[in-house]
Design a protein around this ligand. Structure first.
Ligand code: MRU
Length: 353
C-alpha cells in the first residue's frame, strides 16, 4: 500500500494469513513480535495489553477473525460459521471500553453473515480477509488525514502535552495524536512534546517516548502529577490526546488521568484537542452506558512488576476516565474538525460529513 508519509512503526499487521503484532507490554526494553491464527491467543494478547490502544485492538481483532476463518476453511459450512461467530464473541469479551473493538467486530460479523448466504467457506474466508485488511488500511489512512487536519492547529515552535500513547503503537500505524505530531514535524514545524509517564502501565514513558525518539521529535518525560504544574507554568501551548470512546453527547473516554489534564488546560486557557477516527464515536451510547474497565489492582501495586507497597494493601485500578464535553476545544477526525456543540456536530460527522 502507498501512503503519503513514511510508515516506520506498525503495531499490528497481516502476514502469511496470520495477525502479527509487536508486544507493546515489553517495549522499549525488548522488541518482540508474535503472529497467530488462534482467537484465544489473540484475546490473551489484547487482555494483557501486548496489543493496546483503541484502533489497534479493533484492527487486530478483525485480522484475527480473518486469520481464523482461513485456518478453518476446510470445516463443514455450519461448523465453520459457528466457530467464527464464537471467535467474534471471544474477542468481543476482551476489553470493555474502546468502541473501535466492537465497531470492527461488528463489521466482521456483518461480512460473515452477508457472505454466508450462498458462498463457499473459502469464499467467505476470502471476504473476511478483504474486509479485515480494508479496516487496517482505512485506519492508517484515517490517521494520516487526522494528522493533516490537526497539524494546521499546531503553531510553529509549539510545545504539545500528550497523555498515554495515541501513536503508531496504539493504531495500525502512524497514530492519532502522534499522527498530528508526525505531520507537523514532517512539514518542518519545530515542535516539542511533553509526555506523561501514564501510571500504572506506563504507556507514556515506555511507548510514547520510544516512538517519538525514533522519529527524532524532541520529547520530555514528566510524571503524571506534574501535568497541572507544567500547564500552569505556561510550558504547554496545546494538549493533544486520543480517545477510546466518544459518546453522542461529546464525553471523551480516554486513559485514566486525561480528565485532570483537561481541567488544568481549561483553567489555564490551553486548547485541549482530542484526536480520534469516526470508528471511536459511539452514537448509540450515552455516558451512562459506557463501561469503564477496571483492571487487576496488582498493576497499581507494582511498577514494571516490582512491588511498591505492602502485598495486602488495597488498590483501585480504573483504566479510563471521562472528560466532559465543555473541557474539549475540538475533536479531530478523519472527516474534519468537530467543534461544539458536540451532540449535533458529532452526529453529522459520524453519519458521513
Ligand atoms: O489501556 P490502553 O493503553 O489501551 O489505553 C489507550 C488509550 O487510552 C489511548 O489514548 C486511546 O486508546 C487512543 S489510541 C489512538
Amino acid at each position: 500500500m502507498d501512503y503519503p508519509y513514511p510508515i516506520k512503526i506498525r503495531a499490528v499487521w497481516w502476514e502469511n494469513n496470520q495477525v502479527c503484532w509487536i508486544d507493546t507490554s515489553k517495549l522499549p526494553f525488548e522488541e518482540k513480535t508474535y503472529c497467530t491464527d488462534e482467537p484465544e491467543r489473540l484475546a490473551r494478547a489484547i487482555i494483557t495489553m501486548e496489543i493496546r490502544g483503541a484502533p489497534a485492538i479493533g484492527v487486530a481483532a478483525a485480522l484475527g477473525v480473518a486469520a481464523y476463518a482461513i485456518k478453518i476453511a476446510s470445516s463443514n459450512r455450519e461448523e465453520f460459521i459457528n466457530r467464527i461467530e464464537d471467535a467474534i464473541k471471544t474477542l468481543w469479551n476482551t476489553r470493555p471500553t474502546a468502541h473501535n473493538l466492537f465497531w470492527a467486530l461488528t463489521r466482521m460479523r456483518n461480512t460473515l453473515r452477508s457472505a454466508a448466504e450462498g458462498l463457499s467457506t473459502n469464499e467467505i474466508a476470502d471476504r473476511l480477509r478483504a474486509e479485515a485488511t480494508r479496516i487496517m488500511d482505512e485506519d492508517i489512512r484515517a490517521n494520516i488525514r487526522m494528522g493533516e487536519y490537526g497539524a494546521e492547529l499546531v503553531p510553529d515552535n509549539a510545545t504539545i502535552l500528550t497523555h498515554c500513547n495515541a501513536g503508531a503503537l496504539a493504531t495500525a500505524a502512524f497514530g492519532t495524536a502522534e499522527g498530528i505530531m508526525r505531520v507537523a514535524w514532517y512539514k518542518g514545524k519545530k515542535i516539542k512534546v511533553i509526555a506523561t509517564e501514564t501510571r500504572p502501565v506506563l504507556q507514556g514513558a515506555r511507548l510514547t517516548v520510544w516512538e517519538l525518539m525514533k522519529e527524532g521529535i524532541p520529547v520530555t518525560l514528566i510524571t503524571d502529577n506534574m501535568a497541572g504544574y507544567v500547564i500552569r507554568k505556561g510550558l504547554v501551548d496545546l494538549v493533544i490526546v486520543g480517545a477510546d470512546r466518544i459518546t453522542r453527547e461529546g464525553y471523551v473516554i480516554n486513559k485514566i488521568g486525561t480528565y485532570m489534564i483537561a481541567l488544568a488546560a481549561k483553567r489555564n486557557n490551553v486548547p485541549f484537542y482530542v484526536v480520534a477516527p469516526t470508528s471511536t464515536i459511539d452514537l448509540n451510547s450515552s455516558i451512562d452506558d459506557v463501561v469503564i474497565e477496571e483492571r487487576d489492582p496488582n498493576e497499581v501495586k507494582k511498577v514494571l512488576g516490582k512491588p511498591i507497597t505492602l502485598e495486602e494493601a488495597k488498590a483501585l485500578n480504573y483504566a479510563f476516565d471521562i472528560t466532559d464535553p465543555d473541557l474539549v476545544t475540538a475533536i479531530i477526525t478523519e472527516r474534519g474538525i468537530v467543534k461544539p456543540p458536540f451532540p449535533e456536530n458529532l452526529k453529522r460527522i459520524a453519519r458521513g460529513g
